[in-house]
Design a protein around this ligand. Structure first.
Ligand code: SAM
Length: 280
């Protein structure tokens, strides 16, 4: 297959910069640049967008994003060993790559980005899940991003797109589908990574809706859903009794059965309950 750029293969980059993968940073690198370009294409038309990339590592996905025409990529990487390798990419794509060394959970990148903004990342799953929840639950909507293209463990990806009644349905499904269209766009076996992780992975693409599907306050919805699924085997009236003393009446007012379990409640039902709880 044709090379996507004139930079050295990733195996050489990793060897030259001594980027042995660190478990503590969740480092499983993608080495196939045709695959990273394919992931970048899932993010949509990048030519008029700034892309926020979290965890570029040796730069496989970064190169995919740039080769696919991203107007500008802002890449935040915690591992300082990767920074010189990323600077080599930045020299090959003048003015189009900005590198920030830091922890994506602490850095606020917004001052360095111009809308429209798309987000792309292959992150350790715990950091990815925490960022996803943050990106989905700002008080106001629409958010700073128009789409998110994120790699997760397959099991986490399935939780994001899950439907009511399934075992995977929970907080991630409700929060993601409330304010975005979410779908799994690529499945990847462990061997796609170096070193291979224990489980399969999947890329999820989320497009921000212009308005949430149903009205609700993000913090209340998030708290309600977390409480409901924290004890998912319990009936709602028991799982949610810590939220309000008259929770049973509120459940009925929201059109829900107090004896139902969280798994049976639709997105619309959770939003109705969050509005009831908001009334105080
Ligand atoms: N994007 C590269 C790829 O696809 O080959 C690397 C993926 S690797 C799974 C995850 C990357 O995220 C690593 O480079 C790691 O150092 C970085 N990382 C881990 N935690 C981070 C954090 N809190 N903030 C920024 N980067 C982080």
């Amino acid at each position: 297959m044709a090379a996507i750029d004139n930079l050295p293969p990733l195996r050489e980059v990793i060897a030259e910069h001594g980027l042995s993968a660190r478990k503590s940073l969740g480092q499983n690198f993608l080495l196939d640049l045709n695959l990273t370009a394919k992931i970048a294409r899932q993010a949509g038309d990048l030519s008029n967008c700034d892309v926020l990339e979290i965890g570029p590592g040796p730069g496989g996905l970064t190169r995919g994003l740039l080769a696919e025409g991203a107007r500008h990529v802002l890449a935040i990487e915690k591992d300082n060993r990767c920074i010189p390798a990323l600077h080599e990419i930045s020299r090959a794509y003048p003015e189009r790559l900005t590198i920030v060394e830091g922890d994506a959970l602490k850095v606020d990148p917004l001052a360095l980005l111009n809308p429209p903004i798309r987000v792309a990342a292959n992150l350790p799953y715990n950091v990815g899940t925490e960022l996803l929840v943050r990106w989905l639950t700002p008080p106001d909507w629409p958010p700073f991003w128009s789409s998110l293209t994120l790699m997760f463990q397959k099991e986490v990806a399935e939780r994001i797109v899950a439907q009511p009644g399934s075992k995977a349905y929970g907080r991630l499904a409700v929060l993601a589908q409330w304010r975005a269209d979410a779908k799994i766009v690529i499945n990847l076996p462990p061997e796609a990574f170096s070193p291979p992780p224990k489980v399969s992975s999947a890329v999820v693409h989320l497009n921000a809706l212009t308005e949430p599907r149903f009205p609700a306050k993000a913090d209340i919805l998030s708290k309600t859903v977390a409480a409901a699924f924290n004890q998912r085997r319990k009936m709602l009236r028991a799982a949610l009794k810590g939220l309000l003393p008259d929770i049973e009446d509120r459940l009925i007012a929201a059109g829900l059965k107090p004896t139902d379990r969280a798994e049976q409640v639709s997105l619309e039902g959770f939003c109705a309950l969050a509005r009831e709880i908001e009334r105080g």
